[in-house]
Structures are given as structure tokens and as C-alpha cells.
Design a protein around this ligand. Structure first.
Ligand code: CMP
Length: 138
């Protein structure tokens, strides 16, 4: 199992003042933060990050939403990180996210769903490299 994953706290959760609460939940759930930054995505950058969804109907709205305000990017470390983090954040659609998960607690809709979590080791590596250089990691 992998020991690193990548996450973003999305513009809705940043705008609603949930950065601290979400990072607290992440660290209390046994994840170590190994890289962290507050930044914002241009339309080009958001489009590139979500390029795998280019053909999906929700792509334009997703890119628009992800450029609507600042985001927090982070690399997290824990045994079985990918799977455990996806459990912690809950289903993509917050109405289907289990009680106590980050999306259940902080998300409003499938687009404004508070956080992103990588779905595979390969994507965690790609997504982490998208935001961080070797110098930005501990
Ligand atoms: P995320 O894990 O960041 O990956 C792609 C995002 O697209 C997803 O979270 C949702 O916020 C958004 N999205 C919007 N509509 C859908 C959909 N029908 N299926 C999956 N993702 C969607």
C-alpha cells in the first residue's frame, strides 16, 4: 500500500473558513503533513490538473469553480494513505458521504465538495509534483 497521497482544500472550504478544521481532522486521523501551501489556480492550471476529466460534462464547471478562490494543496503521509484518505473525506457527492467524513461535515455540493483526494499512487505522485518541488517537502 502507498504511504503518500495528495489533497487540495477547495475554494468553498477555504472561503468558508474551514482550513484549520480540515487540517486538524487530517492530522488527528494520523496523517503527517509533508508539504503544504495556500495558492490559487488559473484556468489553465485548473484545466491541466483535471485534464483526465476533459471529456466529462462537468469539466467546464469544475474548472470555473476551482478558480473561484484560493486553495490549499498538501501532501500527506500515512500507511495506506490513498485508501485511508478517501475514507476520511467520504463520497464525491456530499449527500452520499458518510457521517463524520470531511465532505459530510464541510461540503455543500458535488462541485463545492470541500476537498480533493488522489485516487491512486500514480496520480498522487503526479498531483504532488504539480504543486511542489523537492525543496517544498519535508
Ligand atoms: P475531485 O475528487 O476533485 O475530482 C473531480 C471533481 O469533479 C470531483 O471531485 C467533483 O468535485 C467534480 N464533479 C462534478 N460533477 C461530478 C461527477 N458527476 N462525477 C465526479 N466528479 C464530479
Amino acid at each position: 500500500a502507498s504511504n503518500r497521497t495528495f489533497t487540495m482544500i477547495k475554494p468553498d472550504a477555504v472561503g468558508n473558513g474551514h482550513i484549520g478544521a480540515i487540517l486538524d481532522k487530517i492530522t488527528k486521523s494520523g496523517f503527517k503533513i509533508v508539504a503544504l501551501k495556500l495558492t490559487a489556480l488559473s484556468a489553465d492550471k485548473a484545466g491541466e490538473f483535471y485534464a483526465v476529466h476533459k471529456e466529462r460534462g462537468f469539466y467546464a464547471d469544475l474548472v470555473k469553480f476551482m478558480t473561484s478562490g484560493p486553495i490549499v494543496a498538501a501532501i500527506l503521509e500515512k500507511d495506506n494513505a490513498i485508501e485511508d484518505y478517501r475514507k476520511l473525506i467520504g463520497a464525491t457527492d456530499p449527500t452520499k458521504a458518510e457521517a463524520g467524513t470531511i465532505r459530510n461535515l464541510f461540503a455543500k455540493s458535488i462541485d463545492a465538495n470541500a476537498v480533493h483526494g488522489s485516487d491512486s499512487d500514480e496520480n498522487a505522485e503526479i498531483e504532488g509534483n504539480f504543486f511542489f518541488s523537492a525543496f517544498d517537502r519535508v
